[in-house]
Design a binder for this molecule. Structure first.
Ligand code: FDA
Length: 312
């Protein structure tokens, strides 16, 4: 109940343009500003520097240029060009060739054909340079459209791409089976959005139970699944199931977000597991940042402390 309330509160705050303007001014202003805990920088160069440090600790990467729910095709075109340039920058930097993107950033909400063409352009360059492209999953109005678009790029022959499924959402168990049959790579997450009770579990215990069920489907039948969570219980359930079934540590990977549970990230690497860190960057960091606060209201104290110390 409290989980749902705090999610709603931060999702409402995330829609406030006034709060966004104020936060955007101060959140990343200095190297110690509060949003830097979760966002690797406003530019690709800053993100690449952060990524190099993560890779040096034995972890893998996926870079994400923040931005979502754009309203014009010109913005979708600009975001596509940013991703094409990012691929070149990552190549030049010699870091892990893996990116994540949000379909609404590339125009899904405006024109599905244009979005498909934008993703195809990114996948063509990605294929040429041996990149993997993860298509993030947004809230429920976009799930079917995202999976349809994924189906189209798969039908076009792209195999260096995968989707994300959210355990909170009822349909994901069926989607996980469909993706396993297709042979497509899935990242399993709990789900970051506030969803209606008709479409998604509301209680944390139900979201967690579904996560474990879907994890088992993906590990047993899927293709190199990514188990993306900071929850020690989900991680323990995964390693136990893998051990019980004799699934080797290199047949799947764990993923976590930049700046969250760094202790656990390192511990899993030390224990011989694969760990990929999602490294977000960009000027449009506010909605992403607010979702992280909504997941853990204790982060608000951390942010307030940061704001006060920035002033000092
Ligand atoms: P849960 O929220 O239950 O938290 C478990 C524990 O993790 C907490 O007790 C705390 O210790 C720690 N923790 C979690 N969040 C924290 C935070 N913000 N700050 C500090 N500690 C925190 N979602 C989505 O809808 N679509 C997507 O495409 C993606 N993509 C994605 C990629 C990757 C690599 C990750 C790790 C996550 C996503 N997500 C996502 C987000 C995901 O849906 C979910 O909102 C968060 O991962 C938080 O859920 P947990 O599984 O960590 O569990």
């Amino acid at each position: 109940m409290l989980d749902a309330l705090s999610k709603s509160f931060f999702h409402a705050l995330a829609r406030s343009k006034g709060v966004e303007r104020m936060a955007s001014r101060i959140g990343m202003a200095t190297p110690t500003s509060f949003a830097r805990r979760f966002i690797a920088g406003e530019s690709a160069d800053e993100a690449i520097e952060a990524a190099k440090a993560i890779q040096a600790k034995g972890m893998r990467l996926t870079l994400d240029q923040l931005g979502e729910s754009i309203t014009t095709l010109a913005e979708a075109e600009a975001a596509t060009k940013v991703y094409l340039a990012l691929i070149e920058k990552i190549r030049a930097a010699g870091i892990d060739r893996n990116i994540s993107l949000k379909p609404t950033q590339l125009g899904l909400d405006i024109d599905q054909e244009v979005c498909f063409s934008n993703i195809t352009r990114i996948l063509e360059l990605a294929t040429r340079h041996d990149f993997f492209v993860r298509i993030d999953m947004e809230n429920t109005p976009y799930i079917q459209k995202t999976l349809d678009m994924f189906g189209s790029v798969w039908a076009k022959g792209f195999r260096n791409t995968g989707v994300v499924l959210q355990s909170a959402v009822f349909r994901s168990e069926e989607d996980a089976r469909a993706m396993s049959t297709l042979g497509a790579r899935v990242r399993l997450v709990k789900g970051a959005y506030k969803e209606p009770a008709a479409l998604a579990h509301q209680a944390k215990a139900d979201v967690d139970a579904a996560f474990v069920r879907i994890m088992k489907v993906l590990l047993a039948e899927g293709t190199y699944p990514a188990i993306a969570t900071h929850d020690p219980k989900m991680i323990a359930a995964t390693t136990a199931f893998a051990a019980e079934r004799g699934i080797p540590k290199d047949a799947y990977e764990f993923q976590m977000l930049y700046g969250i549970r760094r202790d656990l990230q390192q511990q899993l690497v030390a224990d011989g597991y694969r760990m990929r860190i999602y490294v977000p960057f960009g000027k449009q960091w506010f909605p992403y940042f607010m979702r992280r606060l909504g997941e853990r209201p204790a982060n608000v104290g951390f942010v307030l402390k940061g704001i006060l110390s920035d002033r000092g």
